[in-house]
Design a protein around this ligand. Sequence first.
Ligand SMILES: [Mg+2]
Length: 441
Amino acid sequence: MSDYNRCSSPSELKITDMRFVDIVDAPMNCTIVRIDTNQGISGYGEIRDFSNKFYALQLKRLILGENPCNINKIFGKIKQFGYHGRQGGGVSGIEIALWDLAGKAYGVPVYQMLGGKSRENVRIYCDTDVDGKHSGKDMGRALKERMDKGFTFLKMDLGIDLLLDVENSINAPLGIVDKMKSFSQQELSFGITNKQFADFMNKPHSLTGISINENGLDYLENYLKEVRDIIGYEIPLAIDHIGHCNFQSIVKLAERIEKYNIAWMEDCIPWMHTNLWRELANKVNIPLCTGEDIYLADNFVELFESGSIHIIHPDVLTIGGISEVLKVTHTADKYGIATAVHMAETPIGCMAAAHASTAMNDTFLAMEFHSNDVPWWDSMVKDSKENIVQNGYITLTDKPGLGIDDLDDEVLKEHINPDRPGMWEDTSQWDNEWVHDRIWS
Ligand SMILES: [Mg+2]
């Protein structure tokens, strides 16, 4: 793996195996896939945070024996087995590994196969969870530290999670707030949990019966003011994870915070409720952003046509991979919509997003980085000498494929997911599964 074969014969390359490792706290739970070949070259992909390897394993039968350099052909075979959110992770993770393999086989970086560099450096926006930041001053200080590290664009969470202990701030069916308090901040923000009450957490925002009281709006506005008092008004600041509350609360919150010049409000409504996005766009003066859970570029079109969003937020690991990200930006360009690339994964997902961002058209605004507070994040790459994100940017080199020769198994082992132990284990039981895949008769 580490010595990719520069003398390989790309036309004779064949996929022979698919292996996985599951890690935790990167800061998300992440699944890395490795696709092996008959020439000793392996390609890496990733299955979106909080997803599952079975989305990729079900596709093993379709890619064994294929030449990984035939990315379009293989994508055509597997595309029908993806869906929105984490269900797009299998198709997307494989697509990325194919680009990595093709690049390694031909000895060129992925961005070059995509048409070359549209920009020398990829601007990173640094995300910041609420975790442990109990006041706007705490959040402001954390964001200021990021600015001091060179980040030129920021995002933070600002939502009802912050209000659970604030008196008279949330109006909800009695008992709901107490139940929400039993969840971790990550469970609340992402709705990811196996706990009882998950049904409620996974209801669309507008169906929860939760609204924010004036007290809550005062609190959130002041929290943001405290942040701006520390970071100033000259750096773009997006907000995410507003949380489970009704449409009217979103409008009221937007009215309160527009004076703090917000770069975008993200996923304040589930992406598929186009009618609500359209109504929201008519009522608020803050750019609106969604898309990290949309599978395939074509599924963004309804939002584009509705005229309700200003920034798309595709995740390479949900949309279907690198090609689909570039495809959606062609349409975004036509509608004058900017692209912020969502990325909350390991160095594999990060490099896939960085190659797409490097080759992307002028819709590119910034790419996310969610692991600023994970000290071991870069060490997942074997023999990594430099951090991938430096001074708020990623600059890609001429290294073939995604630019990662190999991962450091010792580091991965320290962060293995205890619920999914094992590293690069045999998956041959999936080799000979068979289904009549045709979706018409
Ligand atoms: Mg988000």
